[in-house]
Ligand binder design. Structure first.
Ligand code: UDP
Length: 236
């Protein structure tokens, strides 16, 4: 089978793990997600995942309550580690070899992030989950996704969302909002389309890394994308 993308970086927000819950992790949804990942794994795609933490804690929220921003951001990064372990658990239950690599050292539960080692894991057929963001405050896990994708030379950054892709206006507010199937990095930035923060976008632009924004709630989308079908929106 010919694959359009052979090595992908999947960016999952913490909220994606929440499913229909208000907080934390939805076991049903994460299980379904693991099935989708397995489907893509089995056709030979190398999969790296950056996981967010917004379902547990966000630095911006902490600092709005008066916390020191950097401290709050470290808490946010720790939240991503919990999500990473939860995801590893479901993937392993489906017999998928998985490694968690953390940007903040916690050797008892995750390997430290070493770029060459991450690439080696992928070549050996292991799914790699990057936890703890970049390891630095003031960044997001979207930026982490762009950074790690560039580092491991991924073919594409797959940005999972709850909507079908990028729209010309907010589809939750305007029923006549239209899906944009293809758009340039600069258009996303200039039109201030809220798909990723600008740090993440410029990093992708500078490294010519395409971004596919797609609906993760729809099973089968991941597979369609790696096989080259047009799903969601592509930023390039
Ligand atoms: N974070 C950080 N540096 C990073 C990545 C994440 O400080 O490189 C912190 C930040 O506080 C952020 C939180 O971790 O709010 C959780 O990540 P994010 O909000 O990106 O998660 P998502 O929205 O994807 O669930």
């Amino acid at each position: 089978m010919s694959l359009k993308y052979k090595r992908v970086l999947l960016k999952l927000s913490g909220e994606a793990l929440m499913g229909d819950h208000e907080y934390g992790i939805d076991p049903l949804f994460i299980n379904k997600l693991a099935e989708d990942i397995k489907d893509v794994y089995e056709i030979g795609v190398q999969i790296a995942i950056v996981i967010g933490g917004g379902n547990i804690f966000r630095g911006v929220k902490g600092s709005s309550m008066g916390m020191d921003r950097a401290t709050a951001d470290y808490m946010g990064m720790l939240a991503t580690v919990m999500n990473a372990l939860a995801l590893q658990d479901v993937l392993e239950k489906k017999d998928l070899p998985t490694r968690v690599m953390s940007a903040i050292e916690m050797r008892q539960i995750a390997e430290p992030y070493i770029r060459r080692k991450a690439i080696r894991h992928l070549e050996k057929g292991r799914i790699v989950i990057f936890a703890a963001g970049t390891g630095s405050p003031f960044f997001t896990t979207d930026t982490t996704g762009a950074l790690r994708a560039a580092e491991i030379k991924a073919d594409v950054l797959l940005k999972a969302t709850k909507v079908n892709g990028i729209y010309d206006k907010d589809p939750n507010k305007y029923p006549d909002a239209k899906l944009i199937s293809e758009i340039s990095y600069l258009d996303v930035i200039n039109r201030n389309i809220k798909v990723m923060d600008h740090t993440a976008l410029t990093l992708c632009m500078e490294n010519k890394l395409p971004i596919v924004v797609f609906n993760i709630k729809e099973s089968g989308n991941l597979r369609k994308i790696v096989e080259g079908q047009s799903v969601g929106s592509i930023v390039h």
